[in-house]
Design a protein around this ligand. Structure first.
Ligand code: PGA
Length: 282
């Protein structure tokens, strides 16, 4: 697991886009796992900029979104279909195949099974983008979620409904359920995971993800069971972390901790040039 802390949201977003862009440039038919929410908007803006400047062509790219609200049609302004159009897809050339779960499917169980099958058919996800909820959720896998769960209908926690109410006219307009890739889907089908977090509201969840018990009570902590995870944070989201925190952290891969603050090469988009500080055994 690599943890990189950036001076600010813009810098974090720029590097996230550089990592995704590199995946697209190096693999024909790259499969991206995409996330919604406020966190990745800056990354999408940067990917759009890279596309406009001729650096990125999406025509061979395949995408799978993490989740969608149950009951909202793709055209609903708060659906994640609409979010993706508004923040990303309408600004780039069309990917070869876009997958977003249909929250309005007549048979949701079948929709979930088909979604898993479609991911299998393309050989899994090359790079999965994740945000993190202030309660530690990933996708819509809320605290206490089944660690063995695949794409399924999940119930949103009160915390998530409250947090997402900012996009709706009132909290009771927020759907109570969503179709979400499960934790097992994320862990087993993603070759690489890129988790982004910014803002002080995420600081406690980030600390637990990296240093607390690995438990479904904090779904993001289960990412420590994956062998290729990069966590990009702004200063605020990292404010509860200390160097000491990392000494006793268990992880399948060593946790490499990179401070970009104040470093000249923090401005570089060459993601291979970061300097890592390693804690623990490695
Ligand atoms: P946010 O949501 O980016 O809107 O904070 C992240 C998430 O819930 O995964």
């Amino acid at each position: 697991m690599r943890v990189c802390i950036f001076n600010n949201y813009q810098e974090m977003s720029r590097i996230a886009a550089a990592i995704v862009g590199k995946c697209i440039q190096t693999k024909k038919g790259a499969v991206l796992g995409l996330a919604t929410g406020s966190t990745p908007i800056g990354m999408y803006q940067e990917l759009v900029r890279m596309h406009r400047s001729g650096e990125l062509d999406f025509s061979q790219v395949i995408t799978f979104n993490l989740d969608e609200y149950v009951g909202l049609s793709p055209l609903h302004p708060q659906s994640y279909h609409s979010f993706m159009q508004c923040h990303f897809f309408q600004h780039v050339n069309p990917p070869s195949n876009v997958h977003i779960p249909r929250g309005d499917a007549a048979n949701l169980a079948l929709e979930c099974a088909n979604y898993e099958a479609a991911m299998n058919q393309v050989g899994g996800i090359d790079i999965q983008i994740l945000g993190i909820g202030s309660n530690g959720h990933i996708g819509f896998n809320e605290p206490g979620a089944d660690a063995e769960g695949t794409t399924n209908v999940v119930k949103l926690s009160d915390c998530t409904i409250k947090s997402n109410a900012r996009f709706f006219s009132s909290p009771n307009q927020v759907p109570g359920y969503a179709v979400s890739m499960g934790i097992k889907t994320i862990l087993d089908k993603s070759k690489t995971i890129l988790l982004l977090a910014n803002g002080v509201d995420k600081a406690a969840a980030v600390r637990h993800m990296l240093t607390g018990e690995v438990t479904p009570a904090v779904p993001a902590s289960l990412l420590r069971l994956h062998s290729d995870v990069t966590v990009l944070l702004d200063q605020a989201a990292a404010q509860e972390l200390t160097e000491r925190t990392f000494v006793s952290t268990e992880s399948r891969s060593p946790i490499k901790f990179s401070f970009l603050k104040g470093k000249k090469d923090g401005k570089s988009t060459d993601v291979g040039r970061y300097r890592y500080y390693t804690f623990g055994n490695n």
